[in-house]
Write a protein that binds this ligand. Structure first.
Ligand code: AHR
Length: 501
């Protein structure tokens, strides 16, 4: 089957914000405790952080980490996580029905971010709390000194401000499951007043208002219109979330969901434009897609804890999805969608980073390893920086429920002006047939294949585990070549490919 693509080096979609490859750590399950933080682990540093995990996060080159939730933040008192560790309270976390020891808080997280080279994206609690707690946290974190909260930070051992620039105004406030859930009007007003107060402290902050928790919410897309109507001139981003699942084990339908994602982004971009025009505003608002991933493998296992039958355990193994080879293809298609929509999606966070629906897993006291989805994220994060190129794609399609015609070829291309490289990220959705890919490389000058990696496996259910961490890994691709300004490659059925020119 033939798939033709035309690109021109000068025809770009947008410069990709590196924060498109962000991630997320919530006080949930074993993300923090025995995930990033395990003082008794043989690899722990002086702060109790696992060095083996730090190394893997650095390998992913994650530029940004959202924290501390998630649903968790909507009943969280940030003050519980500061000051001497022995004096910090144990609290019952209502979102995940667990006990929170507060041994990790703002200071520990900030130091950890510095060690992995990531910026902090801090969420404030607009569920059980509001403007005042957000204002206090901001003053504690960012004011140099000479005020009550900033001097408390200094007394707690941190002289220089944390200088957190990017703030989420609550989390999934449209969700009835959220502690302190609100209507769009209630939330819009609160978010606006909170944003105004935060901007009164520092005009340069970047603020993210909550959009929908998914495009299946009954309140979508009116939620976005109402919330933006209240907040447009005080905020910079509207957040969207989406999780993917394949409980019916229908691969073709599963891999079509990235088109639904594309439609979700397109709709919200339209609402942003509508509100901008309505307000005669000159400023732009972008999308922060700050939770996305595959999430369904662990649902059955989690039931007892989430329903409270397990009491209030500390750091239980919640949301520990064991990702499959099939999920590599899905994650590849999702990231391609973000690259191809990088004119409106500036920030995206893979949810999450360690142990909880994560690319990195750990055994308490034991090893850390890479799940299957680690690899497509890694390739995009490392090689997908620069300018997203506009592609003309011509290839056969199949019909999928709810989305219509789905091209067998999913592809994105990124040009890096500094190095001169063009990198193609490719997924063949066809269950049985290879794609004969032909890419016309207009305006690129002389090109050659510099790197070629394939992720393929005969078993869609193949997984990496602690005992067998390398069941699904990238291998060198074969046969791709550039001749007369065209790249030609045979893309195997159900495979992921990264070709760097
Ligand atoms: O990432 C897991 C959960 O998914 C988050 O806590 C919440 O925001 C979303 O529903």
């Amino acid at each position: 089957m033939r798939a033709s693509v035309v690109l021109h080096r000068q025809s770009t979609i947008a410069r990709i914000d590196p924060r498109l490859y962000g991630s997320f750590l919530e006080h949930l399950g074993r993300a923090i405790y025995t995930g990033i933080y395990e003082p008794a682990h043989p690899s722990a540093d002086a702060d109790g952080m696992r060095r083996d995990v730090i190394e893997l996060v650095r390998e992913l080159r994650v530029p940004l980490v959202r924290y501390p939730g998630g649903n968790f933040v909507s009943a969280y008192d940030w003050e519980d996580g500061i000051g001497p560790k022995e004096a910090r309270p144990v609290r019952l976390d209502l979102a995940w029905h667990t006990s929170e020891s507060n041994q990790v808080g703002l200071h520990e997280f900030a130091d950890w971010c510095a060690s992995v080279g990531a910026e902090m994206m801090m969420a404030v609690n607009l569920g059980s709390r509001g403007l005042e707690a957000a204002r206090d946290l901001l003053e504690y974190a960012n004011h140099p000194g000479g005020s009550a909260w900033s001097d408390r930070r200094r007394a707690n051992g941190r002289e220089a401000p944390f200088d957190i620039r990017l703030w989420c105004l609550g989390n999934e406030m449209d969700g009835t499951w959220q502690i302190g859930h609100k209507t769009a009007d209630e939330y819009g007003r609160l978010a606006y007043e909170t944003a105004k107060a935060m901007r009164a402290f520092d005009k340069r902050l970047e603020l993210v208002v909550c959009g929908s928790s998914s495009s299946h919410m009954a309140t979508y897309p009116q939620w976005e219109a109402t919330v933006l109507d209240h907040t447009y001139d005080e905020i910079d981003y509207i957040s969207l979330h989406m999780y993917f699942e394949n409980p019916a084990k229908d691969t073709a339908n599963y891999l079509a969901r990235s088109l639904e994602l594309d439609g979700y982004i397109r709709t919200v971009a339209g609402i942003i434009d509508f509100v901008k025009a309505k307000k005669r505003s000159r400023k732009d608002v972008y999308i922060s897609f700050d939770e996305w991933n595959v999430w369904y493998h662990s649902r059955e296992r989690d039931r007892a804890i989430l329903e409270g039958n397990a009491g209030w355990p500390e750091a239980p193994p919640l949301l520990e999805d064991d990702y499959t080879f099939e999920d590599v293809l899905q994650v590849g298609c999702i990231i391609n969608t973000f690259i191809n929509r990088s004119d409106v999606v500036k920030i995206a966070c893979l949810a999450q980073l360690v142990n909880v629906i994560a690319p990195i897993m750990t055994v308490p006291g034991g090893p850390a390893w890479r799940q299957t989805i680690f690899y497509p994220f890694h390739f995009a994060s490392v090689f997908g920086r620069g300018e997203a190129l506009r592609l003309l794609v011509d290839c056969p399609t199949y019909e999928a429920e709810g989305v219509g015609a789905v091209p067998y070829l999913d592809i994105a291309a990124v040009a890096d002006a500094e190095s001169g490289h063009v990198t193609l990220f490719i997924v063949n959705r066809h269950l049985t047939e290879a794609l004969d890919l032909d890419v016309d490389l207009l305006g690129c000058g002389a090109m050659a294949v510099e790197d070629d990696r394939v992720i393929a496996h005969p078993d869609l259910e193949a997984r990496n585990t602690a005992k067998c961490p390398d069941a699904v890994t990238p291998v060198a691709g074969q046969g791709a070549e550039v001749a007369a300004g065209r790249l030609r490659a045979a893309i195997a059925p159900l495979s992921y490919r990264m070709i760097r020119l």
